[in-house]
Write a protein that binds this ligand. Structure first.
Ligand SMILES: C[S@@+](CC[C@H](N)C(=O)[O-])C[C@H]1O[C@@H](n2cnc3c(N)ncnc32)[C@H](O)[C@@H]1O
Length: 305
């Protein structure tokens, strides 16, 4: 159950509780977008605001109502629907949402969140999170690839050779430590949720290697400013969260020297790519570019190549 996993992530959940307590005032109207179990709506209701609305599109909303009532917050108004069906009795002061997927963009909730904000948030209203930054590092530990041989070995007597090459050409969730990366990271973007008008289609950035190393892939993670002064980090220097880190392998390892300049680009999955949305990433060193397009990986797989 993914909700249990998110609730067990105390780093995440307590950071949200702290940000909500620091933001919500008795005169406020609050919306919890994508309320799941209703936990963030309950945190908001504990600040005794004028009203809390919670929006959830799955039937989890029925459990959330019970959870809220049993936690002394029966006044929360739950809506079974999404941003398009939501109605309330006036503009709101705070929108809280835990919408971030792995490496920020794995769940397609940002576009709906922007639409909800534009329709319902008062001028000067507050978003939790307030800002999100996307970070990329360079993986220099070959051990990250060790799992790639598993499918080659016909585990359980089943011939998986048709998909054995896929893990090396797809994103994967990993948990890496700082010493498995170069020291220099790249902040690819910082999104201000109170002003962002559209979800950027892709991100580019540059970084300079701090030492000689063989680079096997990129590592992606995010950090969030939930409310002024209350942050949530999910990177290799932060306490571990359920988001872990996202690994973007390179087709071939690339050697760098101190001072080598690397150009990076990352294109998150787009709704238009459904039913098989994929990431696209590339690294360029001295005019030589290596790219992986996960959508192409899926297409080749479908053609049996
Ligand atoms: C990452 S979970 C967070 C759940 C809960 N707020 C928490 O912090 O534990 C996101 C939730 O948003 C819901 N969701 C995703 N897109 C939605 C949409 N467009 N409208 C309403 N709910 C949505 C999902 O069903 C899921 O329950």
């Amino acid at each position: 159950m993914t909700h249990k996993m998110m609730l067990e992530d105390a780093v995440r959940t307590i950071a949200y509780a702290d940000a909500i307590a620091a933001t919500v005032r008795p005169e406020h109207r609050v919306v919890d977008f994508g309320s799941g179990t209703g936990v963030l709506a309950v945190f908001a209701a504990r600040q005794h605001p004028k009203r809390v609305d919670a929006i959830e599109r799955t039937s989890m909303v029925h459990f959330a109502r019970q959870i809220a009532a049993r936690s002394g917050c029966a006044e929360i108004v739950f809506h079974h629907g999404d941003h398009t069906t939501f109605q309330t009795d006036g503009p709101v002061d705070v929108i809280v949402s835990e919408w971030m997927g792995h490496c920020v963009f794995h769940e397609a909730m940002l576009e709906p969140l922007i639409q909800l904000r534009d329709r319902w948030l008062k001028p000067g209203g507050q978003m939790i999170p307030k800002r999100i930054s996307l970070h990329v590092g360079l993986v220099v530990d070959s051990a990250v690839h060790e799992g790639d041989t598993f499918l080659h070995g016909a585990p359980y007597g089943v011939d998986f050779s048709a998909i054995a090459e896929l893990p090396a050409r797809q994103t994967g969730l990993v948990t890496l430590a700082r010493d498995q990366l170069l020291k220099t990271d790249c902040n690819l973007a910082t999104l201000d949720l109170e002003t962002l008008s559209a979800v950027p289609e892709s991100f580019t950035g540059e970084m300079v290697a701090d030492k000689a190393a063989r680079v096997y892939g990129l590592l992606g993670w995010f950090s969030a400013e939930l409310s002024p002064g209350i942050t949530l980090g999910t990177g290799p220097d932060d306490p571990l969260t359920h988001w872990r880190h996202m690994y973007f392998p390179l087709p071939e390892p690339m050697d760098v020297e101190p001072g080598t300049r690397l150009e990076l680009s990352l294109r998150p999955p787009q709704l238009a790519d459904a039913p098989e949305p994929g990431w696209v990433w590339s690294v360029t060193i001295a005019g030589r570019t290596q790219t992986i397009d996960e959508r192409e990986t899926f297409r080749r797989c479908a053609r049996g190549m």
